[in-house]
Design a protein around this ligand. Structure first.
Ligand code: KIV
Ligand code: ZN
Length: 512
């Protein structure tokens, strides 16, 4: 480990996947992991193998197919979990176990029902069990920021003696104030036995909007690994967004001094869009670095200043994060080679010839409907066609507007029981079409949130529908794209329904 380097540990595929409503399938996770490698991430936390067979399969596939970063799996401090991680990571180029146990009084008393002595003994025994099974071991004290500091140092000391070389301090509930976090990290550095053999990591949640401030404060106090997610996804208010930490370190290198960051910041916009499209979680326009307004200057005074000297209002350039203005890239006369080259320039390197041919046909159909095809259109097309299991697929749809805003719609879907069609009347064509789909699916699924937006410029832009549905108390995201917004909406709804079915299938497998 280089002392002046900040290592980035990405948990988009684990903590990020705990975002309510997000359920990624293995091919989608592999695509994200490859994007993370292009970004230059040091460690990818690919999942929690003991959580479900789906998680195990995803971690194993990433370990086999994704090279160029350490692949990590999460485990609770029990042998079954650790064994699952070892099996899932068997083929990784470099493997890391991330093992955790809660250390705060409130978690030990009410969740674990364990004493301090029992927790210490557990840490010792689980590290003995894990020894030799991985290239490296990271240990986390869950809720560390609310843990008695001397006890935390004692636990960390036991973990280091057992072979852990990365000690993670999660601010699990996003409770820290930056100054307070600095003091804690310094205390841990000064009072943990053997800490010179390890590096300190931080994992900050954003419940009070302080995840980036706390991560940067910890770096100032000597932490050398930061755990983060793309777009700040994660439990509740999310984890710190990698783009925020990195751009703060780069933009203010005058302040942070000689710290090395090996991240290709020009990839931020692409990776952000990939993750947003695949998860269905839309990035707010005003989000730092990756929001669509992050480099937009609205007021006349600002625009005037920018024209005279961009540095008047711009502390970093859009180019530095890959957010330059979208160019028209391809049209209906573009050939297969140009399309293939373009896919590669967007980072999609690993499609088979068959897949490229299939995507090319879809691109041609799109270019017939839309004169100018932009990068974003192509990313949307690819993401929409990353293979995943679909219980339902739209075969045909039809709608007709009636009087007073009512509409009639019918849909035909491919279902697990063959083709089925149904019809409904609703308040406008989207409402009627979604009701018709609901009738075919036959489950009490309720729509919770629905948004539609144009992906690129122009009257013929692709419309992206994103929505959330609730089933059995859980939220599921869905997204769909088309130049016809009713079709985008129907596809988004079917996409969410497919996630409901996938979750039901996984639950059933777990029970068997
Ligand atoms: O927030 C948290 O404490 C976690 C741990 C598993 C590191 O995600
Ligand atoms: Zn977390």
């Amino acid at each position: 480990m280089e002392q002046n380097r900040i290592y980035f540990f990405d948990t988009t595929l684990r903590d990020g996947e705990q975002t309510p409503g997000v359920a990624l399938q293995t091919p989608e996770k592999v695509e994200i992991a490859k994007g993370l490698v292009r970004l230059g991430i040091d460690v990818i936390e690919a999942g929690f193998p003991a959580a479900s067979s789906g998680d195990f399969e995803a971690v194993q596939t990433i370990a086999r197919e994704v090279k160029g970063a350490t692949i990590c799996g999460l485990a609770r401090a029990n042998e079954k979990d650790v064994q699952k991680v070892a099996e899932a990571l068997a083929d990784a180029e470099r493997s890391r176990l991330h093992v955790f146990i809660a250390t705060s009084e409130i978690h030990m008393k009410y969740k674990l029902k364990m004493t301090r002595e029992e927790v210490l003994a557990k840490v010792k025994s689980i590290l003995e069990f894990a020894k030799g099974k991985f290239d490296e071991i990271e240990f986390s004290g869950e809720d560390a920021s609310r843990t008695d500091l001397d006890f935390l140092c004692e636990v960390f000391g036991v973990a280091i003696a057992g072979g852990a070389t990365i000690l993670n301090v999660p601010d699990t509930v996003g409770y820290m104030m930056p100054r307070e976090f600095v003091d804690k990290i310094r205390y841990i550095r000064e009072h943990t036995p053997g800490i010179e053999k390890a590096i300190i990591s931080v994992h900050c949640h954003d419940d009070l909007g302080l995840a980036n401030a706390n991560s940067l404060a910890a770096i100032e106090a000597g932490a050398r690994q930061v755990e983060c997610t793309v777009n700040g996804l994660g439990e509740r208010a999310g984890n710190v967004g990698i783009e925020e930490v990195v751009m703060a370190l780069k933009t203010r290198h005058d302040y942070f001094g000689d710290l090395q960051v090996h991240i290709d910041t020009k990839q931020f916009t692409k990776v952000s869009k990939l993750v947003s499209r695949l998860t269905g979680v839309v990035v707010p326009p005003n989000k730092a670095i990756i929001g669509s307004n992050a480099f937009a200057h609205e007021s006349g005074i600002h625009q005037h200043g920018m024209l005279n000297n961009p540095e008047t209002y711009e502390i970093m350039t859009p180019e530095s994060v890959g957010a330059e203005k979208t160019n028209i890239v391809l049209g209906k006369h573009s050939g297969r080679h140009a399309f293939d080259d373009h896919l590669k320039s967007l980072g999609f390197h690993t499609f088979t010839e068959e897949k490229i041919n299939d995507l090319f046909m879809k691109f041609k159909a799109l270019a017939d409907r839309k004169k100018q095809v932009y990068d974003d259109d192509i990313i949307a097309l690819v993401v929409d066609n990353i293979h995943h299991k679909k219980a339902f697929e739209l075969v045909a749809q039809y709608y007709k507007l009636g009087e007073k805003g009512y509409a009639y719609a019918d849909v035909r879907l491919m279902t697990p029981d063959g083709e089925r069609a149904d019809a409904a009347v609703g308040d406008g064509p989207v409402d009627a079409s979604l009701k018709a789909v609901e009738r075919v699916v036959g489950l009490p699924i309720s729509l919770k949130d629905y948004q539609i937006r144009a992906i690129t410029a122009g009257k013929d832009a692709l419309g992206e529908a994103t929505l959330k549905v609730e089933y059995n108390g859980r939220l599921y995201h869905g997204r769909g794209i088309s130049t016809d917004i009713v079709k985008s909406s129907v596809n988004a709804y079917i996409n969410a329904v497919n996630s409901v079915f996938l979750a039901m299938e996984l639950e059933q497998q777990e029970e068997e």
